[in-house]
Design a protein around this ligand. Sequence first.
Ligand code: SF4
Length: 499
Amino acid sequence: MSIFSPRRFQQKFLPVTREDETLTEKTLTAFEALVKGVLFSCRMCGNCILQETAYICPMTCPKGLRNGLCGGASPEQCEVDSTRPCTWYKIYERAEKMDRLDSLLEINAPIDGKRAGKEQWSEVVRVWREEDNSPKFIEFITDKEKFQKDWDHIFYKIRQPDWWQGDAEYHPPKTEEPVSFLEASLQTGEFVTTAEIAPPLGASGNIIRKKGNMLREYVTAANFTDNASASARMNSLASSKISMDTGIEPVMQLQARDRSRVVIESDAMGAVGLGIHNILCLSGDHQFFGPDPMAQPNQFDMDAIQMLWMLRRMRDEQKYLDGRYIKNPPMFFLGAAGSPFGAPPKYEAIRAEKKINAGAQFMQTQPIFDYEGFLEWLEALDKRNLLDKIYLLPGVIPLRSARAAHFMADEVPGVSIPNEIVKRMDNAGDKQGQEEVGVQIALEIIEKLKNTPGINGMHIMAVHWEKIVPRLVEESGIPKPNHELRKQFELQGNLVTEV
Ligand code: SF4
């Protein structure tokens, strides 16, 4: 309970208009705000999901995430505000104590702005009256199980509007026909390599062309980040298009921060229109991590899971979030980020399952240095029968210096580097020696990943050191991209289902 909560990150939601509100509704709104404000730090989002979140308000998360924790959380501190614990950690812990961890699998809707700032209690009463199977108070004593089931049903109806209908089920893609070279390569069962290229800081695409030419023979696809760390660069859409022109298939990263649901739909559709089919959905780093002056906070209209849910339905059900029919649906190959070291594996596995259920087909993870820790995460995914439903590409970062090793170990959330690796880097001598040891460590990790069941490839993040990627691929003996297959997709060009 949050009577003494010192922080309220989300703005207080106010109704867009009070035009149609009756005096009774206004009074109820004021009363609900007071009671839930004291008990839960309620911001009156008007789309309450407290039943799903173990009675801890998710809007006390600085990003307002409604479907689970972000990659940088730890039990001690929120990644944005180190003076308080992560809201979602508290939710997982309490849900576990209540034996309701699996209820966190349901995919919660983004906020309906027209309901924001308004009371919901009259809505509960209305649905309670309308439903045939409404819980009866006497059943709380005589048949508690039935009461709980009917109670949950009432609140499910309220929190899952018709335009969303989120659930906790796996929704496989409607077709297995590959839509990209990356998807086709993964389907062959070969070990697939992707690499990350940071979009340029300026307006020239030459650096992408140069790096694309360097990597083309070695990687199946290249990821383009989307204003990572809330810091402006060339956008991932333009970078992806330039990359395609050099013959290297892009994975366009698309983050929710700074984008409304309309812009996400529009950008993703535009990407397919340009022939970009691999889209990696991310919630995005908080504005707090960007350079000053910091942008206005609270610019998360959706989270990564909601994006996946929405984009999958655009492709497979041919409809926009608002229900309009899409004649030529966008053929996405949808990806998500995995975080093996963020929270305990049992919690991270729930988040991974939610992403997979929502629509993720491939998952690229944070860098692996702690192989044993990575296996624990993998085991947690396996326990949930997820490994057959997702292509897994664990992250590999070749460390370039001892300083980088210390920085990643101490400062980067969601990364775990064993002391032994940091020590090896410390003892590696001069700059050249450190680079060499960094490469050897990366090769050792790749060797282990190559032989790990459930793994489909790797994602190399050698940002600003892309020239090391060919050496890692050559020396580790992993297969190079299948050029015959690539040609087929180059010829195929922009793929849409023409209706
Ligand atoms: S989920 Fe929304 S309505 Fe419910 S307590 Fe939190 S801010 Fe209030």
